[in-house]
Design a binder for this molecule. Structure first.
Ligand code: BG6
Length: 493
């Protein structure tokens, strides 16, 4: 089976932070792939903007290097690369003052007012409001414009509200695309397909049949040169408020009436609002904070967080585990165990749905072996795919011997296509004006409403980050968190 490429309308992508880390690692490679696959029309342009004083040609040089570094050699084709680079332009901009805006407007106006303009803010959140206001005040915004905002949207509820309000003064909500790139990952969309394009799962997708859910987003990497941002954020803000909360919503939401932006987001919002509050009364029982110590990762010795930071005084968490609960009819009594961390044993993200044990074992007297609980394992990375673990009879003679085996559907093998990066899909959705996989304002705020009391309780009750050796699965208290309930973290196979 091959993927289907539907060309989008001509556009100008204006990337603020155009020569920054995100543009280099994700945005330019994603746009290159879409171009190479024939999705981008000939007139479309990509305009880098930032403080640096560089020419169009120098920007093309930067992009060439970025692509050589971040696109697999077998996917990098000289003809496509040259064509892609010719789409690139660059304008120097001062986000906090007037410099450069007229020049950028003139370049955009060359393509007329009707051309789709996508303003992508790949910059620190402190600049979101400034840039949004200047885009509007300097006359760059048109009815056919969209604003793309990277996370984090705020650092707590109050700042998120203030930012959303400020952006809302210049852009309508249907023009604002708040990116959570986890929503663009193939498995995440496949979760929607599994749940709502099959009759099999929905009847058992509830507390009667599901024992618990685990969501793990484990990373091998450490700070990656982002110490300034990360030390102020920590894992709860960086990963749980957005990526993990969103994954939890997609597992838990009620069937939307259609796969459209508002129907889906209405249902996600209900999940966020139903999350049981974690505060000073229960924070020590249901959360764990950790920070990595020196150890080994990917076969090499790595430094501690303090050494990476160059500052021994920080208590920022690089690991968090939470036992979350959703207070509604479908999920009452079904824990959602969440964990994420840097410098863990391996890079591995997955959602594991464990079904309840069978009510009665008819094989008990037969030395048939244990009957294990069914599990649906949705692997986001690496090796995206889905496995449904079932009990079967071991084939051949020898009596009734039971075995736990996976029905395996590893996408790369089953469909033999390149697995597109999440950004490829999302960048094209922006042009198509499809907000289904983007966060709505009220969702972001509802997620903060759940996170804020956790942050406050950690602070007030002085819940310290516990050390864990880099290259392990986090602090021992994370294991204790789930073992207290008689369960264990899923071991990746
Ligand atoms: C980002 C976080 O949103 O997601 C990073 O800010 C994290 O800290 C990254 O490393 C993980 O994304 P992925 O796609 O590599 O799992």
């Amino acid at each position: 089976m091959s993927s289907q490429i539907i060309p989008v309308e001509p556009f100008d992508y204006i990337v603020f932070g155009g020569n920054g880390d995100l543009a280099e690692r994700k945005l330019l490679p994603a746009l290159y792939h879409r171009d190479h696959d024939g999705q981008i029309p000939p007139e479309a342009r990509i305009i880098g903007a930032s403080r640096s004083q560089i020419s169009d040609e120098e920007y093309r040089g930067f992009a060439r290097e970025a692509l050589v570094k971040h696109v697999k050699p077998e996917d990098l084709h000289e003809v496509s690369l040259d064509r892609f680079l010719q789409r690139l332009y660059y304008r120097q901009i001062d986000a906090m003052a007037d410099g450069g805006w007229d020049e950028l407007r003139a370049l955009l106006d060359e393509a007329g007012q009707d051309r789709i303009r996508a303003f992508y803010l790949a910059v620190g959140p402190a600049l979101f409001g400034e840039i949004a206001s200047r885009i509007s005040e300097k006359g760059l915004s048109t009815p056919n414009s969209r604003l793309v905002v990277e996370k984090p949207v705020g650092r707590d509820l109050a700042s998120a509200k203030a930012l959303n309000e400020r952006i809302g003064r210049y852009f309508d909500e249907d023009q604002v695309f708040r990116i959570d790139h986890y929503l663009g990952k193939e498995t995440v969309q496949n979760l929607m397909a599994l749940r709502f394009a099959n009759a099999l799962y929905e009847p058992v997708w509830n507390s009667t049949h599901i024992d618990h859910v685990q969501i793990t987003v484990a990373e091998e990497v450490g700070l990656e040169g982002r110490a300034g941002y990360y030390d102020k954020a920590g894992a709860l803000r960086d990963m749980v408020q957005n990526h993990i909360a969103q994954l939890m919503c997609l597992v838990a939401l009620e069937p939307p009436s259609a796969m459209d932006a508002d129907a889906l987001r209405d249902e996600k919002l209900k999940v966020l609002r139903a999350l049981k509050r974690i505060d000073g009364t229960n924070v020590e029982n249901v959360t764990v904070r950790g920070q990595y110590k020196a150890g080994a990762s990917g076969g090499a010795a790595v430094k501690s967080y303090s050494d990476d930071l160059g500052n021994g005084g920080s208590d920022t968490e690089t690991f968090v585990a939470i036992k979350a609960e959703i207070a509604n009819w479908r999920w009452a009594g079904v824990p959602f165990y969440l964990r994420t961390g840097k410098r863990l044993s391996e890079r591995m993200s997955e959602i594991v749905v464990t079904f309840r044990p069978i009510p009665h074992n008819i094989f008990a007297g037969m030395a048939a072996g244990n009957v294990q609980q069914n599990q649906l394992v949705m692997r986001l990375q690496p090796d995206e795919g889905v496995k449904q673990w079932l009990m079967i009879k071991d084939p051949g003679p020898g009596g009734m011997r039971l075995r736990h085996v996976p029905l395996d559907m590893t996408f790369a093998e089953s469909f033999r296509t390149r697995n597109p990066d999440a950004y490829e899909r999302l960048l094209m959705d922006v042009i198509r004006g499809n907000q289904t996989l983007f966060m709505r304002r009220d969702e972001v705020e509802a997620a903060w409403e759940w996170i804020d009391p956790i942050l406050k309780a950690w602070d007030e009750r002085n819940v310290r980050a516990q050390g864990y050796t880099a290259g392990t699965w986090g602090p021992s208290s994370s294991i204790a968190l789930i073992e207290r309930d008689g369960r264990t973290w899923h071991e990746p196979d």
